[in-house]
Ligand binder design. Structure first.
Ligand SMILES: Nc1ncnc2c1ncn2[C@@H]1O[C@H](COP(=O)(O)OP(=O)(O)OP(=O)(O)O)[C@@H](O)[C@H]1O
Length: 450
């Protein structure tokens, strides 16, 4: 059962949450101040810390710092009052996974917890699997780079080929892996994502193949590994370049034999997995340097997909802005309509080194902070404005020209889709691979007849 520590000085509120969360099969600890919380954190390995920001004799940020300093994997959710949104943003900058505004309903809390956690019982494969994110909806895009990406996904998905996804951080490698799974014959079975960079090398074999009770200190129960758990489905190994040499050998063996042996067992168990892996480093270079086994590289890499950066998908930026804005509005129960022209112009000029993850995080923060109908330039962090304005590659004039070209192209594509579908908006949206709502927004933007 996932372990959660609830920290709040309101004893009745803590007890109410404890009762509710225990019914949802959590193991719950309550603390009413910083000292008590620190003690519980020292004595227990926690999956989640749910903490108020203002506490007697300290703040929730101190607890967050402690988790960071100790390198713990505990996910932190901060509880805030509406007046404290800037503190919530500060907490998220320090690594909190999410925040929840008081008063909240138990269901809203549960949704937040499910969103941030890879809720996995100790017997399951998932102590190191990645936190679940909403991968089912994706922006397909209309840029040439996006069209090529989507074509490659559609092409390789129905096969059983191992796919190797290459791309910078935050470009949507996991989203791509999930799309491959969803479009494959395996879509009704599990898709399991594992962050190889987060698994200590001594535990990797147990994470991959499972273990039997008593096989090593800490193996208190039998555990199913992610190979077995994703049998029939798709196993996504993210940051595969981070695997130690020994773990690479173990992985190669399992892929060659198509069977696994649990740690502490001699029994072979056949597995039927489709492997998708990803990295944002140059794995060919790692092979050349002798840091990554060449035979494993070829096993993983029957087909390569290069995921383009946001910069290469410039034309898709408005679609992503729209998508992340709708998502943030829904999550935060807000109704921010969009961006002022000045704010939008910063977003268009900023180079987005963190790609879609950075864009999504920024939009969520801006929606949270926005008190008006539209997000204005004043809310955008100074460093982004400076970077946008000094972005030599896309100086103001170049960016403007570039942007105009791209907007003309987008408008033309929308018009063509509308003509092709005889102005049936649902069909046109489908053709353009965008939502109806986005289509309406883009039509309004281009002043096309609704
Ligand atoms: N096409 C898309 N449609 C909607 N959201 C997307 C899309 N691509 C990426 N995102 C969002 O951007 C964020 C980053 O995506 P993802 O985790 O797949 O990137 P990644 O390349 O695997 O990142 P990392 O290298 O850090 O592991 C996620 O929140 C994801 O939901």
């Amino acid at each position: 059962m996932p372990k959660i520590l609830v920290v709040d000085d309101d004893v009745a509120f803590c007890n109410m949450l404890k009762g509710y969360l225990e019914r949802q099969k959590y193991t719950v600890f309550n603390a009413f101040g910083v000292q008590q919380a620190l003690q519980i954190m020292d004595e227990n390995i926690l999956d989640v810390l749910l903490t108020d920001l203002r506490l007697p004799n300290g703040t929730g940020i101190e607890l967050l710092d402690k988790i960071r300093v100790k390198g713990l994997k505990t996910q932190v959710v901060v509880m805030t009052g509406y007046a404290e949104v800037s503190s919530a943003v500060a907490a998220m900058k320090k690594g909190a996974a999410d925040y929840i505004a008081k008063p909240f309903s138990p269901n809203a809390l549960l949704e937040t917890l499910q969103k941030i956690q890879s809720v996995a019982p100790n017997t399951g494969p998932a102590t190191e699997t990645k936190p679940k994110q909403d991968l089912s909806n994706r922006v397909m895009g209309i840029s040439d780079a996006a069209v090529q990406l989507n074509n490659h996904i559609a092409l390789v998905a129905p096969t059983n080929m191992s796919v190797f996804i290459n791309g910078a951080s935050g470009t949507g490698k996991e989203v791509t892996a999930k799309a491959i799974h969803d479009l494959s014959k395996r879509c009704t079975s599990s898709f399991i994502a594992v962050d190889c960079g987060a698994i200590p090398k001594e535990l990797a074999a147990s994470e991959f193949f499972g273990h039997v009770k008593g096989s090593f200190t800490g193996a208190v129960e039998d555990k199913v590994g992610c190979f077995e758990a994703s049998s029939g489905g798709t196993l996504f190994l993210d940051e595969v370049g981070n695997l130690s040499y020994e773990n690479q050998v173990q992985l190669l063996r399992a892929l060659q034999e198509r069977s696994i042996k649990k740690v502490g067992s001699t029994k072979e168990t056949p597995v039927d997995i489709r492997l998708v892996s990803a990295t944002n480093e140059n794995l060919e270079q790692a092979v050349a340097d002798g840091r990554f086994r060449e035979d494993l590289f070829h096993r993983l890499n029957e087909f390569t997909i290069n995921v383009p950066s946001l910069k290469e998908r410039n034309l898709d930026l408005p679609l992503f802005i729209d998508y992340f804005l709708n998502k943030a509005n829904a999550e935060l129960h807000k109704d921010v309509k969009g961006f002022t022209n000045d704010a939008l112009s910063i977003l268009k000029k900023y180079p987005w080194p963190g790609n879609f993850r950075e864009l999504q995080n920024l939009i969520k923060r801006l929606v949270l902070l926005c008190q008006e109908k539209e997000i204005d330039v004043a809310l955008i962090p100074e460093h982004m404005k400076n970077k946008a304005n000094s972005n030599v590659e896309s100086s103001v004039e170049n960016a403007a020209v570039n942007w105009v070209d791209k907007e003309i192209l987008e408008k033309r594509r929308i018009e063509e889709a509308l003509v092709q579908t005889k102005y049936n908006k649902s069909k046109a949206a489908k053709l353009l691979q965008i939502t109806r709502k986005t289509l309406y927004n883009r039509m309004a933007y281009y002043k096309l007849d609704l």
